[in-house]
Write a new protein. Sequence first.
Length: 623
Amino acid sequence: MDIEQLAIRDYLAKCSPLTELPADVLDELTRAVQIQRVPQGTDILSIGAENPFAFLIRAGAVDVLLQSGDWYGRFGEGDWVGYRSVMRGGKVSMTVQAIEDTLLYAVPGELFLSVLERFEGVRQYFSERKPERLRHALQEIRGNDGLALVAMHVRDLMKLPMLVGKSDSIQQVARQMNEFDTQTVMVTGDDGGLCGIVTDVDFRKRVVAEGRSVNAPIADIMTLNPLTLVPRDQASEALLLMSRRNIRHLPVVENGDVVGVVSASDLLRTQSSSAVYLVGDIFAANDVARLAELSKNLPKMLVSLVKQSLPANDIGQSITSVGQAITRRLLVMAEEKFGVPPVPYAFIVAGSMARREQTAHSDQDNGMILSDAYNEAEHGDYFRAVAKYVSDGLDACGYIYCPGNVMATNDQWRQPLAVWRGYFANWIESPQPQALMYASIFFDLRCLHGDKRLLYELQAEILMKTKVQTRFQAFMAGNALSHKPPVGFFRGFVLDKDSKDADAEKGMDMKKRGVVPVIDMARLYALASGLAPINTWERLDAIADAGGMSASTVDDLRDAFEFISMVRLQHQAKQIENGLKPNNHMPPEELSALERRHLKDAFEVISTMQDSMASRYQADRFR
């Protein structure tokens, strides 16, 4: 090969999806490549013409236009164009025009198709379906062994339960436990539902030690109405619950049926997550200074989780578990300081903490739902003091005060249940721009401490209203469309500047333009269908189960959400390792050609779904 061919070969070897091709195939491509130099303003491909080449852009940039004349996309160095017409027999369906002086490597169509046929990775890259390409990309970026406890769920570790009736004798059950080789049994009532649990410790303490007859019914020694888990619960959260309550076994229940049992020893054998130790230390902390010190480990933990290539949802769940633990510990410490609450209350969190989707320290969004027995004159000072203690403590731990003052320290968000009912009724039945802002915050709520029934009662009423209020749904859809994926101008991406950092360079806002559009869509579809889940991934599953979207559409949206989330997390982890404060603004030049390609696919999947959402909920009525 001459010097020019060696330069071509070197470039081809660095461009996706050719990076894994054998040397002899790269040689074959290099010898076949034709170099084309195209002046600015020249049409490279015209609709209706026959195209014999797949073009790799070596330098410059091109615009691709639809038959209608509408802009389809902009592509630059390292991007491929023209391959679709080759794959479809040669007929060109979109115009490709050089917007700069452009240098192209033209690969003959026959050779291009031959390489596609021989190599699966290349075929996946050029797949006609963006979702298929995304799925393949996700498989490539996940290289973990799946053994970290934070990435596991209870369903991954639970064992089949042994079920007995409450009238079975103690001796009969003991024999069955020997045969089944188990340390615990689930006791069911006449209706088949779980009513109690018995462990080997109960036989020692309640039978042998008390001299109880072995002919007595097993119900006499069972623990009534035990705490339960559901299969989708995180294994790390289950371990923490068992540790705090000194419980060795927990039943796993789904739709009222006992489907498994999980033990602390099973969880500990699999435990490999620093998050579990960190949360354990948080619950043992005795003052705010210690909590603040422990909270400093959060960035390092995020880097560790990203390096393990865990799914974005599991990373979010793990990071959120730290913030939740700090909040809960502060509330316990506040009650120790100020005394027992005079009336029941629920301390609620909103936003990413409620969805369990945090990526790093963020501002705090929280409030209090007070019992309707609340009296401002008698009880106001107590709850005001607790709210201030918790909010100040969170700020000391890196969860800064909410710039919009959405905190329990604000009297507006520390109100009796009846007042909260009025808030939501107004937001849903008479939606206004301000209501839409609150909708994006307060329609994602989780109770971290106190009487959870106050929130559950409120949420049940909310879902009954959002399910039938089509005007509210249309407003929500219009609001969701205010966050558009960043497909646009500079080499195919719209750029933003971080408004919080005056020195920041422009980049893609991976939160506002990437993950938020999916969060907004999932929230709208869930509220319109009366579905209770808060976490975005769980919402998407519930939407598919309820028929709100087809299963394939949900799969495509999940993959797009996951890929964007992982790119965002990797960007933040890299910033932390470089000693920088993590943000959501990613300069496109930091992306590889492969990442740019798959991000465009992900953004276009989301954009297509936004169009469908706008049509379904008549978003144009109120935009």
